[in-house]
Design a protein around this ligand. Structure first.
Ligand code: KIV
Ligand code: ZN
Length: 518
């Protein structure tokens, strides 16, 4: 039970460094194109995170362009770009970051654990230390805002970690990041690592200690909290906890732990928590990857009370079973927002509230689709709008579905006729299949000549009722990449066709970006 409430003055600010667009985007199925990254970045600005790591500029042309566009477009957060401890990487990162002016941060890293130095870098510790110092000094020529990370810090010998940190601070780094790169540590061990640095590194007070925890053992949020208690002042995290392997520390969970338990945790963040749900949903809409229903804070069931006893308690007094309010995380799901009499202004305003910014052309198309949907469905919910926008805001479409006609029934073989525009050329194919979806996908395969494999197929309904939008999610692989495609329609065969075409477009733009970066 709460025994003490801390006032704002006694509390210490913990800076939130969001790496959704870098570490998060690196993970399978989460890749985004430049426009999509820009939309996420703008939402992160509304969420009021302190730093956005926008990408790894030397990794590809696409990454470079995304960092540059984000640096140009955003007004308030600091913008970071990742680079190895190499002058070439740093120069390239700065080319993109310079547009953020005083808000630009160079984030350079090198591995410091014996295992990484020996097998990955094949460098002696003294050389690693020298490379780090050289990189930090080089970065400081561009900006005083330099972050240095000791990759695999948790498995680094503590005296060497201390030496690295001290040298990086002397070279000019103002933020020192201690990553648990492989998600190996436990809360108390991590507390002691941060405490060791606080107690043994002579110049540690000249830098902010940051932590960057991966979630391989499901401990990333707990480890980050313990690190803060030991003195860390920045936490690196991602929306929905996406990231390499099991992901990174989930931003929404970390932030809500601090907010909900301010009675025993004397810290605060600048995050506008009512923007958590819109941020989570925007990311899911863009990547096609939904969070699991029981996910803390942003899962569909996070505020659902099923048992009779709980429902009764909630009716008497919500604090009986609710430790944070749905409103505090921006939950408005299920709220009836629009209907067929709603006008363009209300539609645009609601989309903006949900974090969707569309240009005029996209807005026109989306409004047309909204009107058609509102004719079919009496009630249009936020979830319907997310799906509608996801369908509408896809750029670089090599493949476009123009028309679909299906005939099927219990006594006939399913036949699908599909008309598509491919690189501006319209063509048509008809195929038989084992059911309408199979026939449709066969026809699309024939037209696009794709060899991509369908690995997972899921049909769900976005809201309730027989008139609900059906949403199809597909995981499709070309052997090198896995992408998620999504499509929605009141007709699930059409939704399936859209999802497959969406996935093929994503594969094609991934391939294009890969070619550009070679
Ligand atoms: O996990 C990690 O070590 C990283 C660093 C590059 C910060 O992502
Ligand atoms: Zn990482």
């Amino acid at each position: 039970m709460a025994n003490q409430t801390n006032t704002a003055d006694e509390r210490r600010l913990i800076r939130i460094f969001d790496t959704t667009l870098r570490d998060g985007e690196q993970s399978p199925g989460n890749s985004m194109n430049i426009e999509e990254k820009l939309r996420v970045a703008k939402q992160l600005e509304r969420l009021n995170v302190d730093v956005i790591e926008a990408g790894f500029p030397i990794a590809s042309e696409g990454d470079f362009e995304a960092v540059k566009r984000i640096a140009q477009a955003l007004k308030t957060p600091q913008i970071a770009g990742l680079c190895r401890a190499s002058e070439k990487d740093i120069d390239r990162a700065w080319e993109a970051l310079q547009y953020a002016g005083e808000r630009a941060r160079i984030h350079t890293f090198i591995a410091t654990s014996d295992i990484h130095m020996k097998y990955k870098l094949q460098m002696e510790p003294a050389k690693v230390l020298a490379a780090a110092v050289k990189a930090v000094k080089h970065a400081c020529r561009y900006t005083p805002n330099v972050e240095f990370s000791c990759e695999d810090a948790v498995r680094t010998r503590l005296p060497f970690l201390g030496e690295m940190v001290e040298a990086a601070i002397n070279a000019g780094a103002t933020t020192i990041n201690i990553p648990d790169t492989v998600g190996y540590t436990t809360p108390f061990e991590f507390f002691n690592i941060i405490k060791y640095l606080k107690d043994n590194v002579s110049n540690i007070d000249r830098a902010v200690i940051s932590v960057h925890c991966h979630n391989d053992l499901g401990l990333s949020v707990a480890n980050s909290i313990f690190a803060v208690q030991a003195g860390a002042g920045q936490v690196e995290c991602t929306i929905n906890g996406i990231g390499e392997r099991a992901g990174n520390c989930s931003l929404e969970e970390f932030v809500m732990v601090l907010r909900t338990r301010h009675d025993i945790l004397p810290y605060y963040t600048n995050v506008a928590t009512e923007q958590l749900m819109p941020s989570s949903r925007l990311l899911s809409t863009i990547t096609g990857i939904m969070v699991q229903p029981n996910k803390a804070v942003v899962g569909a069931n996070a505020f659902a009370h099923e048992s009779g006893i709980h429902q009764h308690g909630m009716m008497m007094e919500s604090s009986t079973y609710e430790i944070m309010t749905p409103e505090s995380v921006g939950l408005t799901a299920g709220t009836l927002v629009l209907g067929k009499h709603s006008g363009r202004h209300a539609f645009k305003k609601r989309l903006e509230e949900l974090g969707h910014e569309l240009d005029d052309e996209m807005m026109n198309r989306a409004f047309g689709r909204f009107k058609a949907l509102a004719d079919l469905k009496k009630e249009v919910f936020d979830e319907d709008l997310d799906a509608l926008v996801a369908d509408e805001s896809r750029e670089e479409e090599k493949f476009k579905l123009v028309l679909l006609n299906v005939s099927c029934g219990s006594l006939s073989v399913a036949t699908a006729t599909v008309k598509m525009e491919i690189d501006g050329q319209v063509s048509r194919a008809a195929e038989l299949g084992d059911g309408p979806v199979d026939a449709t996908l066969r026809a699309i395969r024939k037209l696009t000549k794709t060899k991509a494999k369908l690995e997972h197929f899921h049909v769900g309904s976005i809201t309730g009722g027989t008139d609900a939008l059906g949403e199809v999610t597909m995981r499709v692989s070309d052997g090198k990449h896995i992408v998620v495609g999504k499509g929605s329609s009141t007709d699930i065969v059409e939704a399936s066709a859209k999802a497959f075409v969406h996935a093929l477009n994503r594969l094609s733009s991934r391939q294009k970006r890969l070619n550009e970066s070679l």
